[in-house]
Design a binder for this molecule. Structure first.
Ligand code: GLU
Length: 418
């Protein structure tokens, strides 16, 4: 019998954590029920005429989880593994993330099941425009505001915006964030998630009396979040000992020059082409010798299989959902300090919020204004969660869930939902 185990889904894991927190803060069953079900789920099939003349049909999702605290907010991703369960879980995490940093939004997420690495620029543009058209009746600056996520960037947001504008017959920059600067993007948005991860690292290090300058940092990933986080730690003087991409990883105990690594990746397509390092697997950055680990790739990377081998004393979750509940347990028993995704990687959505505010004002801030405001929000959120964790004597993930759920419940009470 033992062999037949039902694997918990990503959304089941969210539900498990919700029930755990419900017990600690004594949530009414009706509250748990509302927080267990998305407000609206949109699934569309998108036919795209591919470059070879044949039509392919892509399945696309948008899950709008909860809007008690404001319009819903969350990115959309292009990835072959996208599925409804994943998008639902990520939408719930966005609801918690916006609440934990206390910006006036609910949560949502989107995704298209596709392999963008095998698609041409034209195919991606057509797919994005069709996705925007399909979502247009259900989104808007006061309803739900998409943004970049895995494999989607400022260019994708620009196509998305252009198509939305055509559907509604006006220019609505605030319908999507993460846009290029010239069409209503915010300064500092591109590197915001990585910068936020770094601010959280600084704050956590000061609480734990660790010197970031002397720290060895291992990073899983080398996309937008991973590269920018690496850059800020590197500039401070930390040693970046490992990074990875979908093709593999690299390790150098003396530290990598991350700008050179980036140059190699741009030119040759993968970090593994970098010569001054040992080639390791995509998963190895999780378990190499280091002080701080930043998983900044995809969900479900640190599991019960490798958690025991993690050497880091601190984990800052740049990705969404990188640690499974089983791994979480193993790591907390080992005394590893984990700053959870919904707090650690919130810098992106915080600057998305600034972008939306600037779009609504039609007045744009300097990079310094953006960065200073981001720092204030990240530091305050870290301290809110740290305090709650100490008060309830729980880990930072549970503390972050308690902090955000209390805020969402407060809003739902004011609105008369409960
Ligand atoms: N996709 C990012 C996240 O997971 C940013 C979302 C946003 O800016 O709305 O937080």
């Amino acid at each position: 019998m033992g062999e037949f185990q039902i694997q918990q889904s990503f959304f089941d894991q969210y539900l498990g954590k919700l029930r755990h927190v419900a017990e600690i803060i004594d949530l009414a069953p009706e509250v748990v029920e509302i927080l267990s079900k998305p407000k609206r789920t949109i699934i569309v099939s998108i036919p795209v005429r591919m470059d070879n003349g044949k039509t392919r049909v892509f399945t696309a999702y948008r899950v709008q989880f909860n809007d008690a605290r404001g319009p819903m907010k969350g990115g959309f991703r292009y990835h072959p593994d996208v599925n409804l369960d994943e998008v639902k879980a990520l939408a719930a995490l966005m609801m918690l993330k916006t609440a934990v940093v206390n910006i006036p939004y609910g949560g949502s997420k989107g995704g298209v099941k596709c392999n963008p690495k095998e698609m041409s620029r034209r195919e991606l543009e057509v797919l994005t425009r069709e996705y925007a058209k399909a979502l247009a009746p259900f989104i808007g600056p006061d309803i739900d505001i998409p943004a970049p996520d895995v494999n989607t960037d400022a260019q994708v947001m620009a196509w998305f915006l252009d198509e939305y504008n055509k559907v509604v017959g006006k220019v609505v920059p605030g319908v999507v964030t993460g846009k290029p600067l010239g069409i209503g993007g915010s300064r500092g948005r591109g590197e915001a998630t990585g910068r936020g991860v770094f601010f959280i690292g600084l704050e956590a290090a000061s609480k734990l009396n660790v010197s970031l300058k002397d720290a060895r940092v291992s990073i899983q990933g080398f996309g937008n979040v991973a590269f920018n986080a690496a850059k800020f730690f590197y500039e401070l003087g930390s040693k970046i000992v490992a990074v990875s991409d979908s093709k593999g990883g690299i390790y150098n105990p003396d530290g990598l020059n991350i700008y050179k690594v980036m140059e190699v990746k741009r030119k040759e397509g993968s970090v593994t082409k970098y010569s001054e390092a040992e080639i390791i697997s995509r998963e190895d950055p999780l378990t190499v010798d280091c002080d701080i680990l930043i998983p900044a790739a995809l969900e479900w990377q640190i599991t019960e299989k490798n958690a025991g081998n993690v050497k880091a004393k601190m984990i800052i979750e740049g990705a969404n959902g990188p640690t499974t509940p089983e791994a979480d347990k193993i790591l907390s028993e080992k005394g590893v300090f984990i700053v959870p995704d919904i707090l650690a990687n919130a810098g992106g959505v915080v600057v998305s919020y600034f972008e939306w505010v600037q779009n609504r004002m039609g007045y744009y801030w300097s990079e310094k204004e953006v960065d200073d405001k981001l720092k204030t929000i990240m530091v305050n959120a870290f301290n809110d969660v740290y305090e709650v964790s100490n008060k309830y004597n729980v880990d930072m993930r549970t503390g972050a869930y308690i902090t955000s759920i209390n805020r969402i419940v407060g809003a739902m009470k004011s609105l008369g939902w409960i």
